[in-house]
Write a protein that binds this ligand. Structure first.
Ligand code: ZN
Length: 413
């Protein structure tokens, strides 16, 4: 069937795939994990990609959280364009925190959809179901057109809603636990199966950072995880795919020497300064799956009443040990390309080993069975971008993780 030579999506042009093209987001893949697994002799495919293909570093969108970055990757644009600046925003008109996992909050089409609309076969597999609707928005699941599902809900996928059913039998794995490495393995196993049978022109795979929250690079658990990924990459490579992998964000230790979390409780501070509940701290990392991070990350946004002296409060927050940056809404939206209507009066980022919380009582840390590792700030912005082919990046271009489709479709030599 004839197809256009290029597709335009959100103001960027993408060449039609010359071979099945797989873009992978390895959630929480701080630089160092892959290298350590290679060093242990357990990632020969990654080693080959890095040697014979591309081994680059890019910057994530801020906040360095999962949803904003997955949406940036799949739209090719920062949150100011697609609108997803976190898992939550605060609606001052109703005084409620609004969860942004519904496609109605998405302000731009996805690259998958743009290719799909032009006749390409596309596929998407994500670990957690929370991202599925956003990432697969606009796809038509008519016969042979598109397949999109999550590992988490693979057992209930239907032809009507996901383009495929009987997924467990087809992939050959049992339904994985939500909090497990298996949830990500299922993504890769499904990706290999889809590549071999459905043969999508373009496929996006997105894992979960369960392992990276648990342990840093070089441990047996981390190496086991990346060795598992390595095996599936080898299979996809053998099937002739162009593969480019990046991450949504990095990951750092955010705990004290005794293993307890390092936290600045911002709501408690504001309550002391302004009165109870006058200021409102929103932690956009908060979601229904908080067990592995206790809703503690390195990015917060603060809503203040119209009467508040925003600059004065910013100046009180800035000297606090562990606070990396305090910006007004305008400064933050300008610097990080954020949507102003979904950001508070202030944006606060904490440093490499510090997190931001609301108040002690409002964080359930009972699910934290390891010392806290988390993300959200500038220190988790550097992520790998690896490919199984050589790529050329224009001189002077600051590579972003959300250039990954551009790299896969336009920059492969
Ligand atoms: Zn993530």
């Amino acid at each position: 069937m004839p197809h256009p030579a290029t597709i335009t999506c959100n103001g960027r042009d993408y060449c039609w795939p010359s071979a099945p093209t797989v873009v992978i987001c390895i959630d929480g893949s701080e630089p160092g994990y892959i290298e350590a697994t290679i060093e242990a002799g357990r990632a020969p495919t990654f080693a080959r990609f890095m040697r014979d293909g591309a081994n680059l570093i890019g910057e994530s969108a801020i906040p360095s959280f999962t949803n904003p970055n997955n949406l940036s990757i799949i739209t090719g644009r920062p949150p100011s364009v697609h609108g997803i600046a976190g898992n939550f925003f605060f609606d001052p008109a109703t005084g409620t925190e609004v969860m942004m996992n519904d496609p109605k909050f998405l302000r731009s089409p996805t690259i998958l959809r743009a290719f799909h609309d032009a006749g390409a076969k596309v596929a998407m597999v994500t670990a957690k179901d929370k991202l599925r609707l956003l990432l697969s928005h606009g796809l038509d699941f008519g016969p042979g057109r598109a397949i999109a599902f999550s590992s988490e809900k693979a057992d209930t996928a239907t032809v009507r809603d996901n383009g495929m059913d009987q997924i467990l039998g087809s992939v050959g794995l049992p339904l994985p636990e939500v909090y497990s490495a298996d949830l990500s393995e299922f993504v890769f196993a499904a990706g290999v199966k889809l590549l071999a049978t459905f043969r999508p022109d373009l496929m996006y795979l997105s894992t979960t950072d369960y392992i990276q929250h648990k342990t840093g690079p070089g441990t047996k658990i981390a190496n086991d995880f990346y060795a598992m990924i390595d095996r599936y990459l080898a299979s996809m490579d053998a099937l002739g795919a162009i593969i480019v992998a990046t991450a949504d964000h990095g990951m750092n230790d955010k705990h004290k020497a005794d293993g307890s979390p390092e936290v600045i409780y911002l709501q408690s501070l504001l309550d002391d300064w302004l009165g109870i509940g006058i200021g409102r701290v929103i932690l956009p990392i908060t979601d229904p799956y908080v067990a592995h991070h206790g809703a503690l990350g390195s990015f917060a946004t603060v809503y203040l009443p119209a009467t508040a002296n925003v600059e004065a409060i910013a100046n009180r927050l800035r000297p606090i040990a562990g606070v990396d940056l305090v910006l007004t809404r305008a400064e933050a939206c300008n610097r990080f390309e954020l949507p102003p209507d979904r950001i508070g009066d202030l944006v606060v980022l904490s440093g490499k080993h510090m997190t931001l919380g609301t108040s002690v009582a409002r964080h359930d840390l009972s699910g934290l069975d390891e010392p806290l590792r988390s993300h959200g700030g500038l220190e988790e912005q550097r992520v790998p971008m690896l490919a199984n082919r050589k790529v050329t990046i224009p001189a002077g271009h600051t590579l972003r993780n959300y250039d990954v489709f551009d790299v896969a479709l336009n920059r492969v030599v």
